[in-house]
Design a protein around this ligand. Structure first.
Ligand code: ZN
Length: 249
């Protein structure tokens, strides 16, 4: 039997509603139901709670069998957001709309936070997804940026699925399995070319190792990456596409 393959759409947010719908269409055309990595308030500019129609679509997708993972809170870390979130406290709901635009931010949201700030952010994210009627199947830190206390904290909160760049983890059971990630990056031409080359070259390895395909909505604006994404999904269609827990089997 071939190694299991998991497909997910990152950065599921009203900020990328059209791109997420396009990624879903590309997957559905091949019979694939990707996991949805939901960001409660992308860059503090796209609060889920203010997008009821988008949330209704996500609820429908979850009812239809798509997994939903919490994917950070803001998908970046800034002093401003840290201060805002701390002020609200653990029980607080993050309804504050931080309107000040911060031009450069760190996408690896979880790797820079202290233990308590990180847990507040996860707790607030859980609150938002609950408020919009989504059930959380796991946690994927933005840019797979980790922090030493994250796994322990998620274990305490009952999480059975966490992604690292090189592995998938069941925090409650304390199990970890190496897993390849195939993903594109559109930040600059060099990254586009190198990630396309990697995703093509690594496919034979994916036959041997539990593998994740991570689609980023923004990449679909780049013609080459749209083409490569369709090729990768054509390849995925003939493989054993599973839900996340089966990556451990
Ligand atoms: Zn992301």
């Amino acid at each position: 039997m071939t190694a299991p393959l998991h497909v997910s759409i990152h950065d599921v947010s009203p900020a990328f509603a059209d791109e997420v719908r396009l990624a879903l269409r590309l997957c559905h055309a091949r019979g694939i139901k990707p996991a949805l990595l939901v960001v409660p308030n992308f860059h503090a500019e796209a609060p889920l709670v203010q997008a009821p129609e988008f949330c209704a679509e996500l609820r429908e997708l979850q009812r239809d069998g798509h997994e939903v993972f919490l994917h950070g809170y803001y998908h970046r870390s800034t002093e401003l957001e840290r201060a805002s979130m701390s002020a609200q406290g653990l029980a607080g709901r993050a309804t504050t709309f931080v309107s000040q635009r911060v031009v450069s931010g760190n996408e690896a949201e979880c790797s820079l936070l202290g233990d308590r700030e990180l847990e507040i952010r996860v707790a607030n994210g859980e609150g938002i997804l609950d408020e919009v009627g989504l059930t959380i199947d796991g946690f994927v830190p933005p840019a797979w940026g980790l922090q030493p206390s994250l796994e322990r904290m998620l274990a305490r909160r009952g999480y059975r699925y966490l992604e690292e760049r090189l592995a998938v983890v069941d925090p409650v059971a304390g199990t970890r399995k190496r897993s390849l990630v195939l993903n594109f990056a559109s930040r600059n031409a060099e990254r586009i070319v190198s990630t396309v080359a990697f995703c093509r070259a690594a496919r034979p390895l994916a036959a041997l190792s539990p593998t994740r395909i991570a689609l980023h909505p923004k990449d679909l604006h780049v013609r080459l990456l749209r083409h490569e994404t369709e090729g990768l999904l054509d390849w995925a269609r003939d493989r054993r596409v599973v839900r996340a827990p089966e990556l451990f089997s």
